[in-house]
Structures are given as C-alpha cells and as structure tokens.
Design a protein around this ligand. Structure first.
Ligand SMILES: Nc1ncnc2c1ncn2[C@@H]1O[C@H](COP(=O)(O)OP(=O)(O)O)[C@@H](O)[C@H]1O
Ligand SMILES: [Mg+2]
Length: 376
C-alpha cells in the first residue's frame, strides 16, 4: 500500500492517492521508527528511521517476524514484542506503551518505547498492525543525571553540616594550644607544638575554605609563577617523613621563568597535598615522584599568552580505565580509609582558578596528574 506512493507516474487527482502521499511523507519525516506488520506479523513496511534505530537494513527485516529479524535480541524481549502485536491483532485495541532496552548488532544500547496500533480495512477488519517506536535513550540518561545530581547535592549539604560541626571544636583546640604554648619553655617542645599548630591551621583553613566555598568565595591573589615551586617545597616538607618511610625519591624540575599568575595559595597547597598523598599511597614499596612545571603555548594561536603546566608523575600502582573515569567523582575511593573527596576537591579548586586538571594512568606503571593554570 504505502510502497505505491513513491511511484511518480500517478496523477494526484484522487484524494485517496493524495492522502497516501501525505501519510508516506509523515511516516518518513517523524523521528520514530514505524513498522507495518501483516496478519501473520511479517514486516511489510519499515520507514528510514527504523534502520538507524535497530542498525538493521530494511531488506533484512521485510517478510520476517520480529522473532526472525532480531536474532541477536534477547529472546524474552522478542517474545514480549510478539505477544504485544498478537494482542492488538486479537483485540483490535492499541497496546499500552512498552519500554525495552535494545543492544544493536554494533553494541549500542538504546532505550525504546513502543506501541502497537491496529489498522482496519474497508470492512472494519484488522488488516495490519503498526508498531510506532520512540527512542527515549537521551531522556533516560537525563533522568539518571538528575537523580545523581540530587544525591550529590544532598551529600554536599551533609558535608557542609559536618564542616560546621568540625569547625567549632577546632576553634576551641586552637585557643587551648595557644595558651599551652606560653607555658612550654623547652625549644624541642615548642617545635612539636609549632608543627601541631601548623597542621591545625591547615585543617582549619580547609574547613573554612569549604564553608566559604558554599558562598563562592576564593581568595585569589596576583603572584609570580615561581610561587608554585615554593608551595611544592612547603608540601614536600610536610610529607618528608612519609616519603622517607616509603622510600620515595622526589625529582623536581621547576620552570625558571617568572610569569604573572593569579592564585589562592592555600587552595593550591591543598591541591598539591592531595595529589602527592595519592601518589605516596599508590607507591607501596619504593618509587619515584617527579614534579615538573613549565609554560606551554597553543602553537596555533599567536595571541595565546600560555598557561602553566604542572605535572605530578608517580611510579605507583596506577589505575585501570574504569577507575580513571571515576577518580574525580566525589566519594569515589578504592582505599579502606579513603574519603573519595581528594580529587573532586582538587578539580573544583583548579576550575575556580580557570584551570583544568587531567589524569593519565597505566595500571602497574604509574599515574600522571596534569594541572593547567592560566598565565595573565
Ligand atoms: N596517583 C594515584 N595512583 C593510583 N590511584 C590513584 C591515584 N590518585 C587517585 N587514585 C585513585 O582514585 C581514588 C580517588 O582518589 P581521591 O579522590 O583522592 O580519594 P581518596 O584518596 O580518599 O581515595 C583513590 O581511591 C584511588 O583509587
Ligand atoms: Mg586522596
């Protein structure tokens, strides 16, 4: 029937032919697959969209039932489709919408939503059944994203409350230690206390930064790019004991050029600390961490003022592809005592500097974290 409509020789002086042509155009222009089955449920017509939805050529479907033309498809799903078509044929009623997943022969996953509609002949008898199939993959993915975003937002709220709770006793401890400080006279005791206070300040800064972040504040200051090396030295000093214990050798190669950059020193301190801690934790026995800073340019853009590339490369256990993709997700951790917040906080901080952070890892060989910061 619809196949006739394509032939050009027919004069459009007859309403039925015109209707057929209009229907044909509609069926070919909608973004849904249309399949027409005869009473034996064999396919007698499919529109062009059908091919792209199912990754099947029209010729491979024509004359066949769904049980035959979808050989790769899960038998349970094929039976459900067959049952839906049979029911429409028997009852003469539209089926309810039927959602199913489909893996094409090329391995692409689609979420499809289908309905069967009876087609009647001039004697009000069902002559055909039409399947109309929508692709709802994007909607499904968006739904999943919305659920994920809602979960993350409630976790962020929880973290905010937690930070508030931590903040109060921290203030008390800091005050107490300051009082003790005056009572201690021996230089070695003062040294220990100094280091405790430094660590405490760091925690306090982190908590404060987290609480501030909720209000989107970040204390950016104009500095010289050489400061990056200083911040690293600071962090490395803090981690020196852990590095020695794990027999880790650090190689530094800091760029000599001093270009203007705009940074929040405390935040970058936290970023480098998190990344170096991850590197230390990834090196189980003995290994090496190489820290490099350099100025890089986009060769194709003559006006590019460049950016600072900071690379932190370790010879630790590395990650497989799956772990790499999730490493920046909040609360993703493979360590028993991990929080899974380290890398997600790093990314947030770097993005607040208008920068970018990426990770490259080879399982069993090591990991490289690259941070790009803009140069003014
Ligand atoms: N340098 C690294 N080498 C190997 N795995 C790493 C490295 N950095 C991060 N990871 C992986 O990414 C996960 C998330 O890291 P992170 O966000 O810092 O959270 P945490 O350290 O609390 O687990 C880690 O649990 C680990 O599996
Ligand atoms: Mg970490």
């Amino acid at each position: 029937m619809w196949a006739l409509c394509g032939s050009r020789g027919i004069a459009v002086n007859n309403l039925a032919v015109l209707e057929n042509r209009v229907f044909y155009s509609v069926v070919q222009s909608i973004n849904s697959a249309v399949i027409l089955h005869n009473r034996k449920l064999e396919v007698i017509f499919v529109n062009d969209v059908f091919e792209s939805f199912f990754d099947i050529k029209k010729e491979d479907a024509l004359g066949k039932s769904p049980m035959e033309f979808l050989p790769e498809f899960d038998a349970k799903h094929r039976e459900a489709i067959q049952a839906r078509l049979k029911k429409t044929l028997k009852t003469g009623k539209k089926s309810p919408w039927h959602e199913f997943t489909y893996y094409s022969p090329a391995g692409n996953l689609r979420y499809l939503l289908a309905i069967s509609i009876p087609v009647f002949d001039n004697h009000d008898k069902i002559s055909h059944v039409m399947s109309l199939i929508h692709d709802v993959t994007i909607r499904k993915e968006l739904e999943r994203e919305v659920i994920k975003a809602a979960k993350l937002s409630s976790l962020a709220d929880m973290a905010y409350t937690l930070a508030h709770e931590i903040n109060n006793p921290l203030t008390g401890i800091k005050l107490g230690l300051s009082t003790l400080y005056k009572a201690l006279r021996k230089p070695e005791n003062i040294q220990v206390l100094d280091s405790v206070i430094t660590d405490l300040n760091r925690i306090k800064n982190t908590v404060d930064a987290f609480l501030r972040e909720k209000k989107h504040q970040i204390a950016l200051k104009r500095c010289r790019s050489g400061i990056i090396g200083d911040i690293f030295e600071d962090v490395l000093f803090h981690l020196s004991q852990q590095m020695n214990l794990n027999h880790i050798e650090v190689k530094r190669s800091f760029c000599k050029e001093n270009r203007p950059i705009v940074i929040d020193r405390d935040r970058l301190h936290e970023v480098f600390l998190n990344i170096l801690l991850n590197a230390i934790q990834a090196i189980t026995k003995k290994g090496e961490i190489a820290i490099t800073t350099e100025i890089v340019f986009n060769q194709e853009d003559k006006t590019d003022s460049g950016r600072m590339l900071i690379s932190i490369e370790d010879t630790g256990k590395g990650m497989n592809q799956g772990h790499q993709e999730q490493a920046f997700q909040p609360f993703y951790t493979t360590r028993q005592d991990g929080t899974g917040l380290g890398l997600s906080i790093c990314r947030k901080h770097i993005e607040q500097h208008d920068g970018r952070v990426e990770l490259e890892s080879v399982e069993g060989r090591g990991t490289t974290v690259r941070i790009y910061l803009p140069i003014m």
